[in-house]
Design a protein around this ligand. Structure first.
Ligand SMILES: Cc1cc2nc3c(=O)[nH]c(=O)nc-3n(C[C@H](O)[C@H](O)[C@H](O)COP(=O)(O)O)c2cc1C
Length: 156
């Protein structure tokens, strides 16, 4: 099965998750590629597409958003898709206004999944978020293990 994991990452945390998903999938052909390095013809023949982004301002990054926008309509027909993000811990230390806005506007994984489905993809697992400590990371303990468990649900 031809699998592609496309990610963006500013501080390296989403990249770590993407690479760990890539090695856990263990298929013959898994490519883990930073969004800015994806060439337009590279999606051809992909059977499983996983897209991940840091949550920035409640949304995916600009490169991920424009990558998704530029996928031709219906070109993901017959392609299995999945989406993930990284995000901050929402606990009592986070300002109330940010907790409130995060509740309303959410995180990057859901809009990524919606866009992949809009382009024809078949969502095979609910969108998932992985937690970083502070705003730049590192990843919270055991998030890499949780990522591996998440990807097991989509293992071909
Ligand atoms: C400018 C900026 C905006 C951010 N906005 C959000 C946000 O809306 N919600 C959230 O949960 N985390 C937010 N974060 C935290 C990022 O999600 C975090 O930096 C990211 O998950 C780290 O992933 P990366 O190392 O791959 O860049 C923000 C961080 C920065 C620097």
């Amino acid at each position: 099965m031809k699998i592609m994991i496309i990610f963006d990452s500013v501080f390296g945390n989403t990249e770590k998750i993407a690479k760990s998903l890539g090695s856990s999938l263990g298929a013959e052909e898994v490519k883990v590629i930073r969004v800015n390095d994806v060439k337009s013809d590279q999606l051809t023949g992909v059977q499983l597409l996983v897209v991940g982004s840091p949550t920035r301002g409640f949304r995916p990054t600009k490169p991920i958003t424009s990558f998704l926008r530029n996928i031709p309509n219906d070109s993901l027909k017959g392609v299995k898709v999945a989406a993930f993000d990284t995000r901050i811990t929402i606990d009592e230390k986070v300002p109330l206004i940010l907790r409130f806005l995060s509740n309303i506007f959410g995180y990057a994984a859901k809009p990524i999944a919606e866009k992949l489905v809009e382009k024809g993809g078949e969502l095979i697992v609910p969108p998932e978020g992985f937690i970083v400590k502070g705003s730049e990371g590192p990843l919270k303990e055991s998030e890499l293990e949780r990522a591996v468990a998440w990807v097991k649900q989509i293992k071909p």
